[in-house]
Design a protein around this ligand. Sequence first.
Ligand SMILES: Cc1cc2nc3c(=O)[nH]c(=O)nc-3n(C[C@H](O)[C@H](O)[C@H](O)COP(=O)(O)OP(=O)(O)OC[C@H]3O[C@@H](n4cnc5c(N)ncnc54)[C@H](O)[C@@H]3O)c2cc1C
Length: 300
Amino acid sequence: MWEISDYLFADSPPEAVSLMRQGPGKGIYLAGGTDLLLNPPECDFVVDISRAGISNIARTPGGDVFLGAGVTLQDLATNELVTSFAGGELSRVASQCGNRPVRNLATIGGNLCNARSSADTAPILLALDATCFITDQDSQESLPLDDFFVGPQQTILENRLLVGLALSAEVSDRRCASSKLICRADNMALAHVAVGVDCREGRINAARIALGAVAPIPLRATLAESTLDGFDINSEDKETLSEMICDVAELAAGEVDPIDEHRASSEYRRDLVRVLTRRLLEKVLAEIAAESALNDGGQS
Ligand SMILES: Cc1cc2nc3c(=O)[nH]c(=O)nc-3n(C[C@H](O)[C@H](O)[C@H](O)COP(=O)(O)OP(=O)(O)OC[C@H]3O[C@@H](n4cnc5c(N)ncnc54)[C@H](O)[C@@H]3O)c2cc1C
């Protein structure tokens, strides 16, 4: 039984923060409730944000895609702006979270704000360089999702509200892929990897390797990423490319800090990072090479 003294509805983001700050006692925001109702935290009151007007998906005038924090995973899985963004990898990830009744309630904001290292939307959003919008009572802040997670189950928010995320138009054609291995007993990821690559005329000009469930927080393997910068995928023979991918995967595996527990050993999770990173990079770079060969063929 969850013992709370008050259940309040916020009609706007600033009102939500104001209610949270008013007290008395400790409050908690509630979005879809799929995490909170399973593991009710100790608190005195709840601020329900489902009516705060943050459930929209929209194209901004600059061409970015804005995702309100209250957007459900089911909306992410089906909305046309999301299914057509960067090959629709975010939609695919969302469509595989939980089951349909859970996805109908669960929000993208709740997935990120519970700050579990295994949160499924975090790696692909990191691979897409998502920007977070955070509101206080009378101010707003935006920051890279990279800076959002600060410790185990801890975000930079404190009592502030995550209003939404933006995906820049600049990454709308980023070639992405992601993969996770789950523990069958509880469906939680043992390791989750997402990669994203931008290429111009065969040369990599941005690479992202984002990891979940293998460190206290979701994170990017920045050392491994930087090894890919400037690499010309067309000028190298297959063997060199394959060696380079193995080296990058090895570096990514060295950047994680997995826990050792009953579901999987730390070494097993590290191995998963190595294998998944290699496979995803092979897939993405092969797709880019095939597309560039097709374009060259069309021009000749
Ligand atoms: C059966 C089942 C299966 C699941 N499967 C998966 C899965 O496959 N993958 C996966 O990643 N997760 C899974 N989950 C976990 C959960 O559904 C997701 O993490 C979900 O996205 C949480 O969203 P919510 O809106 O329900 O969050 P809530 O439970 O409402 O909130 C979660 C936390 O975030 C805070 N919060 C929510 N929104 C905001 C905001 N805008 N600003 C500040 N703080 C906020 C809340 O205070 C709370 O601490 C599953 C859960 C269940 C019950």
